[in-house]
Design a protein around this ligand. Sequence first.
Ligand code: URA
Length: 210
Amino acid sequence: MPLCLIEHPLVQDKLTRLRRRDTPSPDFRRLLHEIALLMGYEVTRDLEIGRAFIHTPVAPMEAPILARPAPCLVSILRAGNGLLAGLMDLLPESPVGHVGLFRDEVTLQPVQYYFNVPHDLGERLTIVTDPMLATGHSAAAAVTRIKEAGAREIRFLCLVAAPEGVDVFSEAHPDVPVHAAALDKGLNDQGYIVPGLGDAGDRIYGTVEP
Ligand code: URA
């Protein structure tokens, strides 16, 4: 599946503001919210459209309407929640799931500590979100669990992807397209995306060490 880069000028401008190290948490959260609206618009651009017969105050008409139930949104905790709020505004009827994973320091494998997703995943498009696709291991593990829970059609939405993460993720899930605002250079020794934007969770929640 291809990497779909969202090159809309407003998305790129907001990403630059998010990347700046002196952008404070309140601004970071607001920008994430705004960029989620724009990226959500792009990621849903080809949703199937049906027809509904309605009455406007002036006349009856046949009008376009989403043909299928609203997509399910799944946030990978905790940074995924930074994009989730904007996506929920865009898709207010969407059910929402959460996946929590941490990395075992011995095996370095992702371990699940929380999993709660809607029961009817199989009937919906599922949009899984996490701002940073770094090593790709957590994202791949999360999507494996989401598929086991019944999802059949999935899109992965992130802000910044590393080439290593895209490779790992796409090898595990060749059927899941990755939508990102940028493909950065790579990962540093600590697993941060370079140039990236730092730890997205810390920047959202103001937990960055002084
Ligand atoms: N997670 C982050 O929040 N930032 C990175 O650069 C890599 C993983």
